[in-house]
Design a protein around this ligand. Structure first.
Ligand SMILES: [Zn+2]
Length: 485
């Protein structure tokens, strides 16, 4: 197979990266990439270790002169998100990723590229073998299954690591240093409900909200996008203030970690009030269009008569519980980071709402880089659930990586960057989870950490790409900073 990235500098980085694009490595399917890494270790006489969850640790000795420097942990994940365009034929368990060079980009037009985080693995391999690179002893930790919930790093035995400085290569903005990340529980609240049958004077209507922008419930939370679950609740509350009505079915949002884009409810309203309901929905639509006029230009709210399969509705008490739970749920940014300008510290999102056989389910995701802050959000949900006789369950609990303003590695990275490029880097705390949070929890002593990487765009979607010039700039910095570690 002809190499496409052969003549692109830095050649070590792009050679390993191109190798990785040819290895199928969707989450859970990391055997081949493990073999590749083990062969790499053997070829260079590095010792290695692979565990049962397909994490691979490669020990790289220090280059001459760095034997007495403290060991550095370099970390990236081997798995990638496998997404393709609908019409594209691509088998992610067998086929190599089709890559192209387009101007300054290396891109996979029909599928995900896997630069997240193949670029991280390639950068670590390049540093370990580039004859021009100098560095202390390295512990390269290649984790598996990051994209599906970080089960690889969760399983990894961190007690084998000697390093107490960790450089994570899963960030995707050149010139931006990530120095913390958010954690927090995902909470599933189950509200028990009682059903009854509604009389013939009530007719079924369906109210639908669609076309909202949605996005990542952490990284996009500051964009002020509409949450369909909350907007639907506001419409229902407005109807409630005007008449007796019944809720038969509600559903909104597909994933707890995304801002919900759509929501719908089937309700029963008195026949005589039909016109009034239509008026209320129009009124609320106008209010929302006004509130979100710069952001949600595709918002569609509809109301129409439907043929109901069943006349089963929530009892008045059940309906009240549900309406109160959503009305009093916090949703959106709860606090900005006090040290870093424009960075969200804490937020919460009501991601999923749906009626089931004998219950209502609500899934709420809390996020904060401060444990006490997400615990506060958690306790509020617990109290609110108690008020509506609900039961809660923690679905996922990602640990935070709390920002340490005195971090030495942060200071060294900032100083080095400024010296090379005569420009200040941006320092930020990610409002999403990173494997660093789990490392911070796993290693009992303090580990000084930073997450960095070149510019990767459109991650997790077909058309993902990496800017070649940003890899060049990043690698130049990367090699220099290792000389100073
Ligand atoms: Zn990643």
């Amino acid at each position: 197979m002809k190499r496409i990235l052969e003549n692109i500098e830095p050649c070590y980085v792009f050679r390993y990266f191109e190798d990785l694009t040819r290895i199928p490595r969707g989450s859970g399917n990391e055997d081949m990439v493990c073999e590749y890494l083990i062969k790499f270790a053997k070829d260079h006489e590095f010792t290695y270790y692979k565990d049962d969850m397909k994490n691979v640790l490669i020990n790289v000795p220090a280059t001459p002169g760095y034997e007495n420097h403290p060991v550095i942990i370099l970390q990236a994940h081997t798995d990638m998100v496998c997404e393709k365009n609908e019409e594209t034929i691509h088998d992610f368990t067998k086929d190599p990723i089709k890559i192209e060079i387009e101007g300054d980009k290396v891109i996979a037009k029909e599928t995900t590229l896997g630069a997240d985080d193949g670029m991280g693995i390639a950068l670590a391999m390049a540093l370990a073998t580039d004859p021009e690179a100098a560095h202390p002893a390295l512990e390269i930790v290649c984790t598996s299954d990051e994209e599906r919930g970080m089960s690889g790093v969760e399983f990894f035995d961190a007690s084998v690591l000697k390093g107490r400085t960790l450089i994570n290569l899963d960030a995707d903005d050149e010139g931006v240093f990530v120095v913390g990340c958010a954690g927090g529980p995902v909470i599933r609240t189950e509200i028990p409900v009682v059903w009854e049958n509604v009389t013939d004077e009530f007719i079924p209507l369906q109210i639908k909200i669609a076309g909202l922008k949605g996005g990542h419930s952490g990284e996009d939370i500051h964009r002020g996008r509409g949450n369909s679950n909350i907007l639907l609740n506001r419409i229902l509350r407005r109807i409630e203030s005007a008449m007796h009505y019944y809720i038969s079915e509600v559903s909104g949002g597909l994933q707890y970690n995304a801002i919900p884009r759509e929501a719908e409810a089937t309700i029963f309203v008195p026949n005589k009030n039909l016109e009034e309901v239509l008026k209320i929905v129009n009124e609320m639509t106008a209010i929302f269009k006004n509130e979100y006029y710069l952001i949600e230009d595709d918002m569609k709210i509809s109301v129409e008569k439907v043929v109901a399969v069943s006349r089963r509705v929530l009892s008045k008490e059940s309906q009240k519980r549900f309406m109160n739970f959503i009305t009093f749920s916090e949703c959106g940014i709860t606090r900005m980071n006090l040290q870093l300008d424009g960075v969200v510290e804490s937020s919460v999102s009501v991601g999923v709402v749906r009626t089931e056989a004998d219950k209502l389910i609500v899934m709420t995701m809390t996020r904060s880089s401060m444990k006490s802050m997400y615990m506060e959000m958690y306790y509020k949900i617990v109290k609110l659930a108690q008020e509506v006789k609900g039961k809660i369950q923690i679905l996922n609990n990602c640990p935070e990586w709390e920002f340490n303003p005195k971090s030495e590695v942060k200071q060294l990275f900032e100083k080095t960057y400024e010296e090379i490029f005569d420009k200040k880097p941006k320092v930020t705390v990610l409002h999403a989870g990173l494997e660093c949070g789990i490392f911070a929890k796993k290693i009992p002593e303090y580990v000084d950490m930073i997450a960095v990487g070149p510019d990767i765009r459109d991650l997790h979607t077909p058309g993902e790409y990496v800017f070649i010039s940003s890899v060049q700039k990043f690698y130049k910095f990367f090699k220099e900073v290792f000389k100073r570690l």
